[in-house]
Design a protein around this ligand. Structure first.
Ligand code: HAM
Length: 422
């Protein structure tokens, strides 16, 4: 028997109410903050990601779904959503529009990871990007927007972690001091961290192995090495967050897994034990648009993992409104009535009343059982006798009452009844 590929899953109808709820809340927040939707393709030229996410990151080195298309061009399924939005910003000359350009997206993201709870090979992200402005108030807007998004869903006990990792000017000296510090612990580092020390020292702070975590605890802090302008930017951001009454924790080990970040980085974590997986994260990426070939344009953004959000909603017993189900089930007895049932269901849909019809040759009892499990409000029973009289039986499934009405009045009668429903 075939199964969905490892690390992927089907989102079955019973799960869809959560997805629709979260997507609607996300779109509502974006509208509230003036962000417009963008959809980019599911794959890009590989270099869009290799140049932006960075060699030496797990994503580029081990996790991308890369293939050569029939022309021999190397393509990659989206391993994240920011670089494609930057590519679109450049390609469509958005730097000529009023800045910052504020965009949001929903995208399927593909990473060849070791599947486990909350970590999949395909997941869905809701993200937003504000491009073309370096103001720390924009960082605060993006962080505030993500905070408001989670609270609009009803998620509680979240922690916002914040750090600044500096810019092109101040980062090199910080990285140098990190290298010096870690060189003394070289023998105690895990195999991956030994490579990180050579290729990408900032990533050392990201290692989750207990022995490496211990070493990271006393490592030099990026915030002690910021240049004057990064320092002012970070101070102002914290001031704005205070004004917005958004609580945050400074975490000097927070560097994020993608290389394009400058200055602000942040993550939102759930509180529960064993739930170390971030619900979302983001930061500033002031050089990325330039690195992808555009005019320099500072930017900041955020993305949240939808599966993790829904997982945490279930943990916190957050209920969502059910999806609407068909209002009317049309049952019938006999061949002639069957044709009339099909005509009636079509007529009702024309009036905007959702309707399903029985199929095949089931007994009326079996059809009524189906109607019950479909949770419809009304069942129409088209029988041979009623047909001769040009009538139909309308059964109110909640009250258990039924009445006979003329065929000509069915649609308007049901329309009135369904309007009256709460
Ligand atoms: P990211 O932290 O790699 O950032 O991913 C964002 C969120 O996607 C994570 O916080 C997590 O909730 C979810 N996520 C990531 N990987 C997986 C996975 N394998 N399975 C399930 N969920 C996952 C970015 O991708 C950046 N593009 C965010 C950003 C936007 N930075 C600036 N603008």
């Amino acid at each position: 028997m075939y199964k969905s590929p490892r690390g992927t899953s089907d989102i079955l109808p019973k799960e869809q109410a959560y997805w629709r709820y979260v997507e609607e809340k996300a779109a509502a927040i974006c509208q509230l903050f003036g962000y417009q939707r963008i959809d980019t393709p599911a794959f890009e030229e590989t270099s869009v990601f290799a140049r932006s996410i960075g060699q030496g990151t797990d994503v580029v080195d081990k996790e991308m779904y890369t293939f050569n298309d029939h022309s021999g061009t190397s393509m990659t399924l989206l391993p994240e959503g920011t670089a494609p939005v930057c590519r679109a910003y450049i390609e469509h000359g958005m730097y000529n529009q009023q800045q910052p350009v504020r965009l949001f997206y929903f995208a399927s993201i593909f990473r060849y990871e070791k599947p486990q709870s909350g970590r999949y090979r395909q997941h869905r992200q809701f993200g937003f990007e504000a491009m073309g402005d370096a103001d720390p108030a924009l960082d605060a807007e993006v962080i505030g927007m993500s905070w408001q998004f989670y609270s609009s869903i009803g998620l509680r006990d979240l922690h916002l972690q914040l750090n600044s990792i500096g810019c092109r000017l101040c980062r090199p000296s910080y990285v140098e001091s990190l290298k010096q510090y870690y060189s003394e612990y070289r023998d105690d580092l895990c195999t991956d961290c030994k490579t990180r020390l050579k290729r990408n020292p900032l990533r050392l702070l990201d290692c989750k192995k207990p022995s490496c975590l211990e070493i990271a605890r006393s490592a030099p802090r990026s915030t002690d090495h910021l240049c004057a302008s990064c320092s002012e930017h970070f101070n102002l951001l914290q001031k704005y967050l205070d004004i917005l009454e958004i609580p945050f924790e400074l975490n000097h080990c927070l560097v994020r897994g993608l290389d394009y970040y400058t200055r602000t980085v942040f993550e939102i974590q759930p509180e529960e034990e064993g739930m170390q997986s971030a619900l979302g994260g983001g930061g500033r990426y002031d050089n990325l648009i330039e690195e992808l070939g555009g005019k320099p344009a500072p930017a900041v953004g955020f993305a949240a993992g939808m599966e993790r959000i829904i997982m945490n909603m279930k943990r916190q017993s957050i209920a969502v409104p059910p999806l609407p189900e068909p209002k009317v089930y049309v049952a019938y007895t006999g061949e002639q009535a069957r044709a009339e049932a099909v005509r009636l269901a079509t007529l009702l849909r024309g009036f905007g009343i959702s309707a399903t019809t029985a199929m095949g040759h089931r007994s009326l009892k079996a059809q009524m059982k189906q109607a019950n499990t479909s949770h419809v409000s009304y069942t129409l029973i088209v029988g041979e006798d009623e047909l001769r009289k040009s009538t139909v039986v309308l059964r109110d499934m909640v009250r258990g009452e039924q009445l006979e009405i003329s065929l000509g009045e069915v649609a308007t009668h049901l329309q009135r009844l369904t309007w009256e429903e709460p």
